[in-house]
Design a protein around this ligand. Sequence first.
Ligand SMILES: CC(C)(COP(=O)(O)OP(=O)(O)OC[C@H]1O[C@@H](n2cnc3c(N)ncnc32)[C@H](O)[C@@H]1OP(=O)(O)O)[C@@H](O)C(=O)NCCC(=O)NCCS
Length: 187
Amino acid sequence: MADTGFSQIETDRLVIRRFRPGDAARFSAYRSIPNVARYQSWEAPYSLAEAEAFMDEMAACHPDTEGEWFQFAVERRAEPGLIGDVAVLVPDGDPGSVEIGYSLDPAFGGQGYASEAVAAVVTYFFEARGKSEIMAWTDTRNLPSIALVERLGFTRDPASRQHTMFKGAWCDEDRYVMTPQDWAARD
Ligand SMILES: CC(C)(COP(=O)(O)OP(=O)(O)OC[C@H]1O[C@@H](n2cnc3c(N)ncnc32)[C@H](O)[C@@H]1OP(=O)(O)O)[C@@H](O)C(=O)NCCC(=O)NCCS
């Protein structure tokens, strides 16, 4: 059931919050970087108009809405301004599961911010929303993404590999899975 009351999650260094209209310029800027878009659903460049339309769309969405992607904005506590996002989908007809995706402005890469943001969203879905599985699909060529899920302790599902055409090239995708039991055991 949709979490209509969601406002934000705080971690040591981050605020994971709803998107605001003022995020559009930074969102458009990092989505326009070819390496950020490479394994994602959009094409770079990603215009300011597209970003503004996305902000409008997100304003009407809530996390934990079955069949609808929701995107969390990621900001540092010490310095305002969008640095990345975490996208989540509770699949239609499977309310106990969450698919997760993530992007970080490369200007803020290599400092653990993306891992910290994804970890906070995983904790939110297990502890506040009672989910039984969180999964991430990653292209086998996307080494930073694989490193992130492995850093957090996700397990690759060996039976999941999909050979698929993406952005004009054949590729393989693997599903990485986290359970509440494995998440709790990690602390
Ligand atoms: C996937 C992506 C978010 C990973 O970004 P990232 O900067 O590597 O990830 P993090 O912010 O968690 O940083 C991890 C790095 O910071 C280091 N680090 C420093 N301080 C850290 C801390 N406190 N905690 C964890 N890691 C820390 C880690 O050792 C790691 O370094 P390494 O890359 O040299 O091993 C980024 O590459 C990206 O946005 N890619 C494009 C979008 C995409 O393809 N998304 C995946 C598909 S959904």
